[in-house]
Ligand binder design. Structure first.
Ligand SMILES: [Zn+2]
Length: 80
């Protein structure tokens, strides 16, 4: 990473307000886990089922974060 990129990243983090907790969690997953998580939603798993699976793997998330993201009420979807 270049110094310029690093400094820009700091700025981006500061201006990023109220990030989507779901996407923060999602972005921290391995590509394999992301795929599995996407698949779980398309299979119609409930937020509770997914949340329990996440928690059993020590991944922190919340019903509220999932609900907001899936309803499109989170900041990451406002921009799209
Ligand atoms: Zn979101």
């Amino acid at each position: 990473m270049t110094l310029a990129k690093k400094l820009n990243d700091i700025d981006a983090k500061k201006t990023k307000r109220n990030p989507c907790a779901y996407m923060e969690m999602y972005n921290s997953l391995t590509p394999e886990d992301r795929k599995a998580l996407d698949a779980a939603w398309s299979k119609g798993y409930s937020a509770n089922e997914v949340l329990m699976a996440l928690r059993s793997e020590g991944i922190k998330s919340s019903n509220e974060a999932i609900r907001r993201h899936r309803l499109g009420a989170c900041p990451c979807q406002e921009k799209k």
